[in-house]
Design a binder for this molecule. Structure first.
Ligand SMILES: CC(C)(COP(=O)(O)OP(=O)(O)OC[C@H]1O[C@@H](n2cnc3c(N)ncnc32)[C@H](O)[C@@H]1OP(=O)(O)O)[C@@H](O)C(=O)NCCC(=O)NCCS
Length: 202
């Protein structure tokens, strides 16, 4: 586990922030006092914490899954389990998953920020989405999609994503298929159709 023994910092106390991704580094402010590092989990301990954060949101908080939100695609060696670490404390503050589907299409999903860090000056959600986009593009992915919960559609539009088709029911609740500006159109009717059943849930 990478959690600090000391209490977590108040996210609103953060005045100077940098965002780093691996292998590239993005610095959004000079003289960072606290900063984010977004990258794939690098150890079993980090993966365990990654899954715990996912479970906290999608099983315990939202009730989308019963008991566990882990799927077969999580065991695919190509799947990216991306974490956001708040440094220098080393605290994991958010996660997102990117996984391959049919026809070279990849899906982003399981995006969540630890509750205390949502809407904070760290902009954790934005950093995770940008890192996910960068890492899949580095892998040559041309079509990148996400099934987005309706209350979060504006967040993704704010980040330059756009809607594809009409909302459909996915994991039991309405979702909107969306893609970033650089992505090609979905190639699979199953991922495009409202209420379709793509391999990975959101
Ligand atoms: C959705 C979520 C990931 C956003 O993360 P976050 O760290 O709070 O978002 P950020 O602080 O990075 O926000 C980035 C920008 O989007 C804006 N934004 C955040 N949430 C938004 C929303 N629901 N609607 C519109 N804009 C939003 C912010 O104001 C910020 O704007 P700015 O760049 O002009 O300052 C977070 O709220 C969360 O974990 N929610 C619960 C899990 C969930 O529902 N996941 C989505 C499953 S599809």
């Amino acid at each position: 586990m990478t959690r600090s023994a000391s209490p977590p910092p108040e996210a609103t106390d953060i005045d100077l922030v940098s965002v780093q991704t691996m292998p590239q580094t993005q610095t959004t402010r000079a003289r960072p006092e606290r900063w984010l590092v977004c990258r794939p989990a690098v150890s079993e301990a980090e993966l365990a914490e990654y899954y715990a954060i996912r479970k906290q949101t999608f099983v315990d908080e939202q009730g989308l899954f019963d008991g566990s939100d882990v799927e077969p695609v999580d065991a695919d060696p190509r799947t990216l389990h991306i974490v956001a670490i708040c440094e220098p404390a080393g605290e994991m503050v958010g996660v997102v998953r990117c996984c391959p589907a049919e026809d070279g299409t990849w899906f982003g999903g399981r995006l969540t920020v630890v509750a205390a860090y949502r809407a904070s000056r760290l902009l954790v959600g934005r950093a995770l989405v940008r890192t996910a986009e960068e890492l899949v593009r580095e892998r040559g992915v041309r079509v990148f999609l996400g099934h987005i919960q309706l209350p979060i559609v504006h967040f993704f539009e704010h980040l330059g994503w756009r809607k594809v088709g009409d909302p459909g029911v996915f994991a039991g609740i309405p979702h909107q298929l969306m893609l970033p500006a650089w992505s090609g159109e979905p190639t699979s009717p199953r991922s495009h159709a409202a209420g379709g059943q793509p391999r990975a849930s959101p």
